[in-house]
Ligand binder design. Structure first.
Ligand SMILES: Cc1ncc(COP(=O)(O)OP(=O)(O)O)c(N)n1
Ligand SMILES: Cc1ncsc1CCOP(=O)(O)O
Ligand SMILES: [Mg+2]
Length: 511
C-alpha cells in the first residue's frame, strides 16, 4: 500500500493498463457484487480481474442462498492474479468469513498493490446478511489499517462503530473521524440512507479535511449494486492515477449519471432493480426502432439534404425528408452545413422518427456528435472529416459509416477503417460543393473496380444522367446520391419519383 497522504501512482506505472482486482461475491442477478464491479470497471475503462469469495443466489427480491468459496481456493485465486497481472488497486466487497479476510490480508502483504479500496459489505440492500458480526474484529484489526479508503454506508459505519447512532451529517463526520482512527487513510461515509434529506450527502475524511459531497437525490427503484459500483469506480480512478478526492468525486458523478439514466429500466419483480452501468440498455429496450444491418441496396436512391436549398424553396428539412421518402428515396443523409447544433439535433430527431416509420435509414453528414446524440443510423464522413476508424470506435459496430473517396487508395483505406460503403464523386461538375474535383465516369469506374465496399455515385447527378452513371456496369455500384436535382426544385416528391423511375429503368444496382 502507498504511504499515507501520497495517493498518486508513480510515473512508471501510469503507462500500463490500469488494473483493478475485485475480491467479492457473485450476484446471480448481476446487479451487485463481482458483476457490478466488472461493469463499473468496464464503464470506467480499466481492466478488472476477479477473485470470487462466495456465490449468492440472488435477484431483485433478495438473497435466496449463499455458498462461500473455500478459503484455500480464495487464496489460490488471489495468488494466480496477483503473482502475474500487475494489479494496481484491490477492491474488496463481500468477505464472508474471518478466514477469507485473513487470507486476503496475508496475500496482500506478500503481493503489495498500489492501493486497497474496502467496501465493508455486511448486509445486502434487501437486508440479507452477507458477512456476520463475527468478522468485525478481523475487519477492524487487520483489513481497515491496510485500506487506502473504506466506503461504509450508514448501517455499515454504525456496525463498525459498535452500533453508534448515525442520523445527521454531523453524526457522519464523527463516524468518519472515529473510523479514520482505526487506520484507513481515507473514510467515505455514504449518507444515501440519511432520513429527511433531499440531497445525497457523503462525507469524505482524510485525517486532515472533511469534504461534504452533495448531489440531488435520485429517486429510483433501480439502485441495487450502487455501493459496489461506487467502490469499484473509486478503485478504477485511483488505478488510473487520480488522487483520492478526484477519484471519489468522479466515481460519485458516474454512479449518479448511471442511476439517473436507468430510472425506467424494468428488470425483475422485487423492490430493487439493477441499473445500467454502460448507459446502453434504454435505447434498445425503449426505442421503437431497432437498427437493421446495413443493406447496400439502400444506397439505390440516396437523398442528401441541403438547408440552403430547402430554405430557398420555403420548406423545413422535415418536410423535405418526408417528400423525398414519399418519392422513393431509399436512404437519407442530413447535410446541414449551416445549421446551429441545437437546431440540427432537433431536426435530426424529427427526421429520424419519419425515416424509421418508413424503414429508411438516416445518416448524418460530418457530425459524429450529432449522430450519437440523436441515435441516428450512421454518418457520412469525407477525407477531411473525422477518420472513419475513429467514428467506428465512437459509434460502435452496428452503425452505418460511409466515406467519400476519389481514389483506389482512399477506397482501400475506407475498407481497412471499417466503413460500410463509399461515396465516389463528383462524377459530374456540381455547384453544391465548392472546389470539388470532378472524377468523371472513368474515375468512378476506377474506384468501383478497386473498392471492396459498395459504392454510391455523387455529384451533378439527376434524371438526365443517372442512367449513364449506372451503366458503367460495376457490380458494386449500388446507386446515386443526389442533392440539387431533388432539393433545389419546387416539388421534391415529384423529382424523387422521376429519378426513382429512371433508376428502376436502368435495372442495375437495385438488388
Ligand atoms: C454519399 C456521399 N458521398 C460523398 C459526400 C461528400 O462528403 P464530404 O467529402 O465530406 O463533403 P461534404 O458533403 O461534407 O461537403 C457526401 N456528403 N455523401
Ligand atoms: C456533397 C458532394 N460530394 C461530392 S459532390 C457533392 C455535391 C453533390 O450535390 P449535387 O447532387 O447537387 O451535385
Ligand atoms: Mg464532410
Amino acid at each position: 500500500m502507498q504511504e499515507k497522504g501520497g495517493s498518486t501512482l508513480s510515473d512508471d506505472s501510469r503507462t500500463k493498463t490500469p488494473h483493478v482486482l475485485t475480491v467479492a461475491g457473485s450476484d446471480s442477478g448481476a446487479g451487485a457484487g463481482i458483476q457490478a464491479d466488472l461493469k463499473a470497471c468496464a464503464a470506467r475503462r480499466v481492466y478488472c480481474s476477479t477473485v470470487i469469495t462466495a456465490l449468492t443466489a440472488q435477484n431483485t427480491v433478495g438473497v435466496q442462498g449463499v455458498s462461500n468459496v473455500p478459503e484455500d481456493f480464495v487464496a489460490q485465486q488471489l495468488k494466480s492474479v496477483l503473482s502475474d497481472m500487475q494489479v494496481d488497486v484491490v477492491k474488496t466487497g463481500m468477505l464472508p468469513s474471518v478466514g477469507i479476510v485473513k487470507t486476503l490480508c496475508k496475500t496482500l502483504r506478500e503481493f503489495p498493490v498500489h492501493a486497497l479500496v474496502v467496501d465493508p459489505v455486511m448486509v445486502s440492500t434487501s437486508g440479507d446478511v452477507l458477512a456476520g458480526p463475527s468478522i468485525l474484529s478481523t475487519f477492524l484489526e487487520e483489513l481497515l489499517p491496510m485500506a487506502d479508503i473504506i466506503t461504509p454506508n450508514l448501517k455499515e459505519a454504525s456496525a463498525l462503530l459498535n452500533g453508534m447512532q448515525l442520523e445527521t451529517v454531523d453524526d457522519m463526520r464523527s463516524a468518519a473521524r472515529l473510523l479514520h482512527n482505526m487506520g484507513p487513510k481515507n473514510v467515505l461515509v455514504k449518507g444515501g440512507d440519511l432520513p429527511d434529506s433531499s440531497d445525497a450527502v457523503d462525507i469524505l475524511y482524510n485525517g486532515h479535511n472533511f469534504y461534504e459531497l452533495r448531489s440531488p437525490r435520485i429517486r429510483t427503484r433501480n439502485s441495487h449494486g450502487t455501493g459496489c459500483s461506487l467502490a469499484s469506480s473509486i478503485a478504477a480512478e485511483v488505478a488510473k492515477g487520480y488522487p483520492m478526492l478526484s477519484a471519489v468525486k468522479v466515481a460519485k458523478r458516474f454512479v449518479e449519471t448511471a442511476l439517473d439514466y436507468s430510472k425506467e429500466i424494468d428488470i425483475g419483480n422485487g423492490p430493487q432493480g439493477p441499473f445500467d452501468h454502460l448507459l446502453r440498455l434504454k435505447s434498445h429496450s425503449q426505442a421503437c426502432h431497432r437498427q437493421q444491418p446495413f443493406d447496400p441496396s439502400d444506397l439505390f436512391l440516396y437523398a442528401v439534404t441541403d438547408s440552403r436549398m430547402n430554405k430557398r424553396w420555403g420548406r423545413s428539412i422535415i418536410d423535405a425528408v418526408k417528400a423525398a421518402i414519399d418519392g422513393g428515396a431509399t436512404i437519407i443523409q442530413l447535410r446541414e452545413k449551416d445549421a446551429e447544433t441545437k437546431d440540427f439535433m432537433e431536426s435530426a430527431k424529427a427526421c429520424l422518427r419519419i425515416c424509421h416509420l418508413h424503414g429508411v435509414p438516416l445518416l448524418i453528414n460530418d457530425r459524429v456528435d450529432v449522430a450519437i446524440a440523436c441515435d441516428a443510423d450512421g454518418v457520412h464522413v469525407g477525407q477531411s472529416d473525422m477518420p472513419a476508424r475513429v467514428a467506428r470506435t465512437l459509434l460502435g459496430p452496428e452503425k452505418i459509416i460511409g466515406v467519400s473517396c476519389k481514389t483506389p487508395e482512399q477506397a482501400e483505406q475506407a475498407w481497412v477503417d471499417g466503413a460500410d460503403y463509399i461515396g465516389c464523386g463528383g462524377v459530374y461538375p456540381t455547384n453544391t460543393k465548392e472546389n470539388n474535383i470532378t472524377v468523371g465516369l472513368n474515375g468512378l469506374k476506377t474506384v468501383c473496380m478497386a473498392s471492396k465496399l459498395p459504392v454510391v455515385a455523387i455529384g451533378g447527378i439527376g434524371v438526365s444522367n443517372a442512367r449513364a452513371v449506372m451503366e458503367i456496369c460495376a457490380s458494386n455500384l449500388k446507386g446515386v446520391a443526389v442533392v440539387s436535382a431533388l432539393f433545389d426544385r419546387e416539388c421534391v416528391q415529384t423529382e424523387t419519383r422521376k429519378l426513382h423511375e429512371v433508376l428502376l429503368g436502368s435495372n442495375i444496382g437495385s438488388t
